[in-house]
Design a protein around this ligand. Structure first.
Ligand code: ADP
Ligand code: MG
Length: 584
């Protein structure tokens, strides 16, 4: 199914058809089997009429009984096969939706992630997609086969006795009017129930992401209440939906009972006047009985679609979030390739239209090779420089170039393949140490890995751990110390052999010995790679080939430490008060 096709905001059922289309053959097969099941059921009244006829005329009933048994067995066997095929198809539809959503999720723009609750997205992928199962089988197939069976039954009833058919239809139409009122309520309640599941997911994610802080803040009870309220809201809305679904189902059921009684009364009168014989009345009553199932199927299809379309709408919303274009992965640059030059030219940027500008015309140029330090007060826009280079966001105006080429003209995977990036918070993913290190370059060989472990001084840690590189690091690397996490993040970036290395306060949590070692490593890397660092340590800053001083979204000055100390008062102040000591 194509995700791009949904970008125009189509109605929910179009989205569903997109997921169903690849499985249309098995869906049709399942529907045909259901129809055959319905048809075998439909023939029973006719055989029953023969049987009564045979009895009335003192004929042997063996033939009719055999035919009935055969029909009943065929009905059960075909019915079982049909429901298996349908269920299987429905699961494939769920699979398709989950795959599409998962792929989309990984392509989401960071801007989309900034304004979305991850837990809610998770609920859309796991819980809302599950609802597609019922929509596929019950709605699509139910509407198709139920509708066809209904039409066939009605046609047969018309053949048997048009007058009784008119009586039946009058009752059914009355019920239809009531259903028209009930059904939209199911949709509303279902939507709210699914939204509440999303809220619960978001809450859960928030709490589990910071359980230590929640506990340390003694906030368990308040957070518990939030979770319970979301669960309660989902319950309340699901119960409302259940109430209306039950009302819908029973309205249909009641209509059938009423039809049965009415047909019995009117038909009885017609038998008395001799307009029809008793066999016809029995056959008709059986048809009314058999009408029950397709009607309930159609009503079920409609109510189920209301639940499903609420889920579809939520899936569709996720698919409308801004995402990067799908692109094949790019190979990492081969060893020995030239380092990259970076330049910002009058870059203006804000994180959202309703937020103030964070960059007010940032301009600087960094030549290939060597180390450039970015310094400035917190909130100056240093991290934003790196985010823009990675193209997590697009500048509102101005240009950013890599190797003199506008970032917008770069193939995104190729651009990112050229860069090694250590985020400010040095995130480590759950999984093993090895998985974390190889995240950015799964093909790195053991030699490269050993070398990088040595330069980032992780070799001692790995030797100490009982499972070595296969040690699990816990959620977000909680089983590692802050400094260890930072070293893992640096090692991961180095393993990519980047043409441009971005280090955002990457050594802030290292002890003096490790920091000094890492500084040497970075200096070494800077001989063959372009390195940009955001740093607060004077030792790192003074070592840089040039320093870019940023303040409030502007570049104040560029120069060497010696130049800046005399030329730039802000830098002199930072150097005097904010930078950590020359060498601890
Ligand atoms: P620095 O790294 O120099 O401390 P940043 O580049 O991280 O500064 O942030 C610059 C400004 O942008 C800050 O005021 C910060 O609050 C804001 N900011 C950073 N990230 C986001 C974001 N994802 N959404 C909205 N505002 C942000
Ligand atoms: Mg920062």
């Amino acid at each position: 199914m194509s995700i791009a096709a949904t970008d125009t905001g189509r109605p929910a059922w179009r989205l569903l058809l997109g997921y169903v289309r690849p499985h249309r053959r098995s869906l049709i097969a399942g529907a045909v089997l259901s129809l055959v099941t319905g048809a075998t059921g439909l023939m029973l009244p006719l055989v029953a009429r023969d049987l009564i006829d045979d009895l009335a005329h003192d004929r042997a009933i063996t033939g009719a009984l055999l035919a009935m048994s055969a029909l009943v067995i065929a009905n059960a066997a075909v019915g079982a096969l049909g429901s298996y095929v349908l269920r299987r198809t429905a699961e494939s539809v769920v699979l398709g939706a989950r795959r599409a959503l998962s792929s989309y999720l990984l392509r989401l723009r960071i801007t989309a992630v900034d304004r979305t609750e991850p837990g809610d997205l998770m609920a859309r992928i796991t819980s809302d997609t599950t609802l597609l199962r019922e929509v596929t089988t019950d709605s699509l197939v139910g509407l198709g086969t139920g509708g066809l069976t209904l039409a066939a039954t009605v046609a047969m009833m018309g053949l048997v006795d048009p007058v009784l058919l008119a009586v039946t239809l009058a009752v059914v139409l009355g019920a239809g009017t009531v259903l028209g009122v009930i059904v939209p309520r199911i949709n509303r309640a279902s939507r709210q129930a699914q939204d509440a599941v999303g809220v619960m997911g978001a809450s859960l994610e928030r709490i589990l992401g910071a359980l230590r802080t929640v506990k340390a803040s003694g906030a368990e009870h308040r957070e518990e209440r939030t979770l319970h309220e979301a669960a309660q809201e989902s319950w309340r809305q699901s119960v409302r939906a259940a109430k209306w679904s039950a009302a819908a189902g029973n309205t249909a059921g009641l209509a059938m009972q009423v039809a049965f009684i009415t047909v019995l009364a009117v038909g009885g009168a017609r038998v008395a006047t001799g307009a029809i014989d008793i066999g016809t009345l029995v056959a008709f009553l059986l048809f009314v009985f058999y009408l029950m199932s397709p009607i309930q199927q159609v009503v079920g299809a409609i109510t189920q679609y209301q639940t499903g379309s609420a889920a579809l709408a939520r899936i569709q919303e996720a698919l409308l979030l801004p995402a990067e274009p799908a692109a094949p992965p790019a190979a990492l640059p081969s060893a020995g390739v030239e380092p990259a030059a970076v330049a910002f030219e009058e870059v203006r940027f804000r994180y959202a239209d309703d937020l103030p500008y964070v960059h007010h015309g940032v301009t600087f140029a960094v030549p290939a090779r060597g180390m450039t330090a970015f310094v400035g007060p917190s909130g100056a826009g240093k991290t934003t420089v790196f985010s823009l280079i990675e193209r997590f966001y697009e500048p509102d105006s101005g240009t950013i170039t890599l190797d003199g080429r506008d970032l917008a003209d770069w193939d995104l995977p190729r651009l990112r393949a050229a860069i090694g990036y250590v985020e400010q918070d040095a995130p480590v993913l759950s999984g093993s140490l090895r998985e974390n290190l190889l995240l950015g370059n799964p093909e790195a060989d053991d030699d490269a890995l050993a070398r990088v472990l040595k330069t980032t001084r992780l070799d001692d840690l790995v030797a100490r751990l009982p499972d070595g590189l296969d040690t699990l690091v816990g959620h977000r690397g909680t089983k590692l110390s802050g400094g260890e996490r930072q070293r893992v993040a640096i090692a991961r970036a180095l393993l990519r052999r980047p043409r441009l290395l971005l280090l955002d306060e990457a050594t802030s949590q290292l002890d003096a010995v490790n920091e000094a070692a890492l500084r040497d490593t970075v200096a070494d890397v800077a001989r063959t790679t372009t390195v940009l660092v955001v740093a607060h340590r004077l030792s790192t800053v003074t070592m840089a080939d040039r320093i870019v001083v940023m303040d409030a979204g502007r570049v104040r000055a560029v120069g060497s430490h010696r130049e800046l100390v005399t030329a730039d008062p802000l830098y002199a102040e930072l150097a005097a008060t904010q930078f950590l000591g020359a060498d601890d």
